[in-house]
Write a protein that binds this ligand. Structure first.
Ligand code: SF4
Length: 359
């Protein structure tokens, strides 16, 4: 069976969910990496690896969703809560732009005290006052929160944000797209179906987005395949995903730490990454998560199917709240990519080439 499956992958034929599970459970890691590399070079034949100069601030840490894997949020009124004004954020974006940042990946908290106008004003002013910055704002959970606060439908929320100037959404909040898992780790969050539906509506308006997966907690291997199957099916329908980004759960300071105290291993990461590159045959890009898995594993990931090194993440608070801190800068990212044997290419949020750095 393995041999037939390898043949299928080499012949550019789609694998089924049963085959995906077999690949995950039975294929030796290095063979999986070789198969993933075949798919990677079929999709992106040049030995180039892209990256974006970005930052990942948070406009609020106030949240009422209570995900048990999260160490970042505070309840309304709790010590340490914060919500920045639009003025403050615009100033922050200007400072980031002056450092060469082109993408701001901005997320909350799902803060029930913020009116929908806050978000619209933020997008409009970002477009007008900091045109160098591409607003890659708001995960699905926040879009659902805006719909609840405003009384508008999800489609109307997305349309008004689009009219204000947004064109892409980050793919956070998916975790594992299985209702069993979601009920256990984030039971106040949108269901797996709703996550898919928000992305579907966004893609149909014209948005591009990424898709993510946070594994290494209570999910089964079947549920990992379920997740990949759901996003592959949606991509068939909309072609709206630019990239897939898996990362492992970071337990520090989270309620889930009592049950899952350790990170998933680097070999597990490489397995999941390679599997996703093979399974998601309709995704143009797969990102290496240097930030969550470490820079060395980030380099190795480039030989396990990833063709993108993600962002420079000049600011990051969510993993930091779980005592997981990793920093880099543009020069280091260029070096890391070169040392892994690839040509670094700076890109925009939507994967347009900004600069090829050469060997
Ligand atoms: S992961 Fe997001 S939605 Fe969940 S508690 Fe943390 S901030 Fe809130």
């Amino acid at each position: 069976m393995l041999k037939n499956m390898y043949q299928k992958i080499q012949n550019n034929q789609r694998i089924t969910s049963d085959e995906g599970l077999t690949l995950l459970q039975k294929t030796p890691l290095l063979e999986l990496g070789e198969l993933a590399s075949i798919v990677r070079y079929r999709k992106n034949p040049k030995p180039q690896v892209t990256f974006v100069v970005d930052t990942n601030p948070n406009y609020t840490n106030v949240c009422t969703i209570d995900c048990i894997f999260c160490a970042f949020y505070r309840h309304p009124g709790e010590d340490g809560e914060y919500t920045y004004t639009v003025d403050h954020l615009i100033q922050q974006f200007k400072e980031s732009a002056a450092k060469g940042v082109t993408t701001v990946l901005l997320q909350g908290g799902v803060n029930p005290n913020l009116p929908f106008d806050f978000y619209l004003e933020l997008v409009r002013r970002t477009r007008k006052e900091v045109p160098e910055i591409y607003p890659h704002f708001f995960s699905v959970s926040e879009i659902v929160g805006m719909s609840e606060v405003s009384g508008l439908s999800i489609g109307e929320v997305l349309q008004q944000l689009w009219d204000a100037g947004m064109r892409s959404l980050p793919g956070g909040g998916a975790e594992i797209l299985s209702d069993r898992v979601k009920k256990k780790i984030s039971n106040k969050k949108e269901t797996a179906d709703l996550w898919i539906d928000v992305m579907r509506r966004a893609h149909k308006i014209g948005y591009k987005s990424t898709a993510t997966m946070m594994y290494g907690h209570i999910e089964t291997e079947e549920e990992i395949i379920e997740h990949l199957e759901r996003i592959r099916s949606l991509q068939n329908e909309t072609a709206g995903f630019t990239a897939f980004i898996p990362w492992s759960f970071k337990p520090g300071n989270t309620p889930l730490e009592k049950i899952i105290p350790h990170y998933a291993s680097p070999t597990r990461y490489l397995q999941i990454l390679a599997l996703s590159r093979i399974y998601l045959d309709n995704f143009p890009h797969v990102q290496a998560s240097w930030f969550s898995e470490g820079k060395k594993i980030g380099q190795v990931a480039l030989h396990f199917g990833a063709d993108d090194f993600g962002g420079t993440l000049l600011e990051e608070n969510v993993h930091a709240a779980a005592n997981y801190v990793s920093k880099t800068n543009t020069e280091e990212v260029i070096d890391i990519i070169r040392q892994a044997g690839f040509i670094p290419v700076q890109r925009t949020t939507l994967y347009e080439i900004v600069k090829v750095y050469g060997n």
